[in-house]
Design a protein around this ligand. Sequence first.
Ligand SMILES: O=C(O)[C@@H](CO)OP(=O)(O)O
Length: 248
Amino acid sequence: MPHTLVLLRHGNSEWNQKNLFTGWVDVRLSELGTSEAARAGQLLLESGVLPDVLHTSVLTRAIQTANIALDVADRAWIDVRRSWRLNERHYGALQGLDKAETLEKYGPEQFQLWRRSFDVPPPPLDDDAEWSQVGDDRYANLYDDQMPRTECLKDVIARMLPYWESDIIPDLKAGKTVLVTAHGNSLRALVKHLDGISDDDIADLNIPTGIPLVYELDDEFRPTKPAEYLDPEAAAAGAAAVAAQGKK
Ligand SMILES: O=C(O)[C@@H](CO)OP(=O)(O)O
């Protein structure tokens, strides 16, 4: 029996709007992001892809997106699990910096390496820096060596996949339609795993904000066909806009 998995990147956030590197900084949705989330719910409703369970990161922008979308889809009541393992990539010392200024200061090669390379993390963020999450209550249960100070995509895969195996797969196995509401880079990590994308090719994959991406998976939890965005045109435009960030 095929399993249905829906991936949803949060809607446009206040820092997406300001073009700042965000990572683990807990910013909220912008007005645009709120309407994107409502539209995502409408798309779920219209396509009849109705989630039975929600998995979110512990970041407010993903939680808000899920709440708004599920409310519109009349599924506000479904079970919810949250995990730091679905969080955005920790952007290290880039958190809080302007993307256009960073591109100008370090050049396109270094900028792309930090944003999209598989295994080059940005410099680590000091624990006492303004945009550090060390000491944030929501991470009180993490061991100190689990608490990132910076991450590359490879690190995100390493901390995200255990949750996929231990918490998301069992829900799929139970026949539930699973909604995962997360972030540009944590979802790139999951898509890389599901679609078997190489370490080099993943650099070209960008996930648009607020458009559900639907996977049908076999019993080995591999896609039976290419995943589909519920609004393919808007998704292509949104992904191109993410790729171009920095170039203002
Ligand atoms: O700033 C971030 O945390 C991410 C997602 O918004 O940005 P990027 O697409 O540059 O990896």
